[in-house]
Design a protein around this ligand. Structure first.
Ligand code: LLP
Length: 411
């Protein structure tokens, strides 16, 4: 594992994290490049000889340095905004390996994507198809389209990150998809040779993914019979990571192997859009204890990171393990870990059995590499944290800590 104790000191690869916390300051995000690379390569290897493209979901962690390194490995990218496209292009990503997802693409974003020559648009409504057809026509180009199908499969994950049921805003209901393709075949500026789905995120049990793939495989047959020359199938992201000590997450090699078996004879190029399972476990948020206090029966550990730096505990009641950068040998305590933001919802953990960390000591909030920094804000006029990348024995700042001047820029 890339985050591990050597003696009493927590290391990321060959770097002592107390050293990073001391020199880069806290709060601060730290990422392990070795782990991100390993995960990307695991996906690539798992699909083996099945024609495939791994399109990393940029939304999970969009730091330019990470995108640049992933692009160097040959990754494609799944984007959801013009801003993410800008990042991918700046990072040297290949536009021909970019898929554009999302229910609310604007005309400006679609034009930017057409002009950049992205691979395809994952479309979520007939109105969007009509707009892309019009904008592509004006440019004299054909836009590759994958209608995003809502396969009506329950992902059994947190309601905020479950997307594959009829009641969700995402995709086109599977019972209506054939009609959509039939009508869209009349739109001459669209190339309708792809289809996509994504049923949700943080799946610790992969069986709903296989259920969805089964439905998609059957759908591909029906679409082809209806005249749509389907060649590309995008399966979305969704594999979960073990946030809790003891959680078991799907193994990428097993997932890929099963997908390969299911889709081998289908003459399809398969695309996947993993985010969390590539960067999630590769990151931690380092934070220092400011104060300890007790209110009645309750013990509080007040740290210098807050909900604006890592929103997941508040937004999804997500569990993140919190461990000391230096083990101090004292018996564990039960405490709430809270930040300085003026909200009762500003917590990282409640009634957590954890190390007895005292003011001045530092902790790592684990598994924070995905949907961590990207969801951070300047709430309470808190400058956003730096991001640090570890590669072997070396580390460097890949995003500077914001200053007070940064806070008011543009006002
Ligand atoms: N593709 C599409 C179309 C998506 O909507 C998503 C995630 C992904 C791929 C990547 O999914 P992943 O492999 O990371 O599960 N902020 C939430 C997660 C939101 C996920 C949104 N969509 C969290 O912190 O749990």
């Amino acid at each position: 594992m890339e985050f591990q104790y050597r003696g009493n000191e927590l290391y990321c690869e060959g770097v002592n994290l107390s050293d990073v916390a001391g020199r880069a300051g806290t709060p601060c995000y730290v990422y392990s490049w070795a782990m991100i690379e390993k995960r990307y390569r695991a996906y690539d290897a798992a699909f083996g000889d099945l024609p495939h493209t791994v399109c990393y979901a940029v939304k999970a962690n969009s730091n330019l340095s990470l995108l640049r390194l992933l692009a160097g490995l040959g990754a494609g990218f799944d984007i959801v905004s013009g801003g993410e496209l800008f990042r991918v292009l700046k990072a040297g990503g290949d536009p021909a390996k970019v898929v554009f997802s999302g229910v609310g693409k604007t005309a400006v974003e679609i034009e930017y994507a057409l002009d950049s020559g992205i691979f395809s648009f994952n479309c979520e409504s007939e109105a969007e198809l009509a707009l892309i057809d019009e904008l592509a026509g004006r440019r004299g180009v054909q836009a590759r389209i994958a209608v995003r199908v809502n396969p009506d499969v329950d992902a059994f994950t947190h309601p905020y990150i479950s997307t594959g049921l009829r009641e969700h805003k995402f995709g086109v209901d599977i019972s209506e998809v054939e009609g959509v393709y039939a009508r869209a075949l009349g739109l001459k500026n669209l190339l309708l040779d792809s289809v996509s789905c994504h049923i949700g995120s943080q799946l610790l049990d992969a069986s709903p993914l296989f259920e969805a793939i089964e439905k998609m495989r059957a759908l591909v047959g029906r679409l082809r019979a209806g005249g749509a020359p389907i060649r590309h199938l995008d399966l979305g992201g969704g594999l979960g990571v073990p946030y809790r000590c003891g959680d078991e997450a799907p193994v990428i090699a097993d997932y890929g192997g099963r997908v390969r078996a299911m889709l081998a004879a289908q003459d399809l190029h398969v695309m996947i859009e993993p985010g969390r399972s590539i960067t999630g476990e590769a990151g931690a948020l380092l934070s220092r204890v400011l104060y300890r206090k007790r209110n009645g029966e309750k013990e509080f550990v007040i740290v210098d990171a807050a909900m604006n730096d890592l929103l997941r505990p508040v937004l999804y009641h997500a569990h993140h393990e919190i461990i000391p950068l230096t083990k101090n040998g004292r018996p564990d305590i039960t405490a709430d870990v809270v930040g300085p933001v003026c909200e009762s919802s500003d917590f990282f953990a409640r009634d957590r059995v954890m190390a007895d960390v005292q003011p001045g000591e530092a902790v790592a909030v684990c598994t924070a590499g995905a949907y961590g920094f990207v969801l951070s804000s300047n709430y309470n006029s808190r400058p956003r944290t730096p991001e640090v990348l570890v590669e072997g024995e070396a580390w460097r700042v890949i995003r500077k800590r914001e200053t007070h001047e940064d806070l008011i820029r543009g006002e």
